[in-house]
Design a protein around this ligand. Structure first.
Ligand SMILES: NC(=O)c1ccc[n+]([C@@H]2O[C@H](COP(=O)([O-])OP(=O)(O)OC[C@H]3O[C@@H](n4cnc5c(N)ncnc54)[C@H](O)[C@@H]3O)[C@@H](O)[C@H]2O)c1
Length: 255
């Protein structure tokens, strides 16, 4: 029997990168996957890929900041066993250059979006007495990052949401954990690298921040998400798991 057989897994932002890889890996592990995305064409492509590999998936339109979308998505998907709050956006800027509007946008998508999804689907998990939430934080949620002020603040908050909710829900059968990836080779990161004057040097520099000397593949983050969502992680809740090739293992890791 596959590890997620019989489970319904909703993955936000599953039209690209890490979310797409998690949706694919959870489908391969036997889950019925709901691809919850703001970009409907991207969601359709993820669903088509999963189905062509023999998996079970469908798409639901969802902007994690929209109360209307969340209410409609709940009608369409009233019960989930696994909730992966992956949708997130980046922002480049220091504490001096980040505007109030930049800050609010980052908190709205990256933090309030996670809270919104948990408020929508966790009550049903509690009623049924089982469920697993996997949030996407970052190494930037475990320590500060130069020139990523609002992003880093938002990811520290995702770690806080995860730990506090895990305690609130500890006796309900619902576990809440988060992943803290280092740099992952997603379309988002590849397009960032392409903007540098010397993309090859930028890619080498980004790879070198990880002790292992390379970026992660999305599938390596997805494998950790499948584990945390499965019964193999039955005594793990409130964890912030680095998937960072050793980046945060050192006392003075390279930023
Ligand atoms: N790529 C990395 O190096 C890295 C490292 C650590 C953490 N993360 C985190 O992992 C998550 C995924 O990152 P990625 O690199 O795969 O990004 P990505 O940009 O490739 O994918 C993010 C997806 O989220 C969707 N999305 C954006 N806003 C949304 C909203 N309001 N509602 C619903 N969907 C929305 C986008 O359409 C996109 O498909 C993010 O939370 C990111 O912060 C990424």
């Amino acid at each position: 029997m596959k590890t997620l057989e019989g489970r319904i897994a909703l993955v936000t932002g599953a039209g690209s990168g890490i979310g797409q890889a998690i949706a694919e890996a959870m489908a391969a592990a036997g889950a019925e996957v709901v691809v919850a995305e703001i970009r409907e064409e991207a969601a359709a492509a993820t669903v088509a890929g999963i189905r062509s590999a023999g998996g079970n998936a469908r798409a639901v339109r969802l902007d994690v900041t929209s109360e209307t979308d969340l209410a409609e998505a709940l009608l369409s998907v009233p019960a989930v066993d696994i909730l992966v709050c992956n949708a997130g956006i980046g922002h480049v800027g220091t504490v001096l250059t980040t505007t109030g509007a930049d800050f609010d946008r980052m908190m709205s998508v990256n933090v309030r979006g996670v809270f919104n999804c948990m408020k929508t689907w966790v009550p049903g998990m509690v009623t049924r007495g089982r469920g697993s939430v996997v949030n996407l934080a970052s190494t930037a949620g475990l320590g500060g990052l130069v020139d990523r002020f609002a992003y880093s603040v938002s990811k520290h908050a995702v770690v806080g949401v995860t730990r506090s909710a895990a305690l609130d829900l500890a006796k309900t059968g619902v576990r809440v954990n988060c992943l803290c990836p280092g740099r992952v080779e997603t379309p988002f990161v590849r397009s960032r690298i392409a903007e540098y004057p010397d993309p090859a040097a930028a890619a080498r520099e980004m790879a070198s921040t990880q002790a292992m000397g390379r970026m992660a593949q999305p599938s390596e983050v997805a494998a950790a998400a499948v584990f945390l969502a499965s019964d193999a992680a039955s005594f793990i809740t409130g964890a912030a798991l680095p998937v960072d090739g050793g980046w945060t293992a050192g006392m003075f890791p390279k930023a």
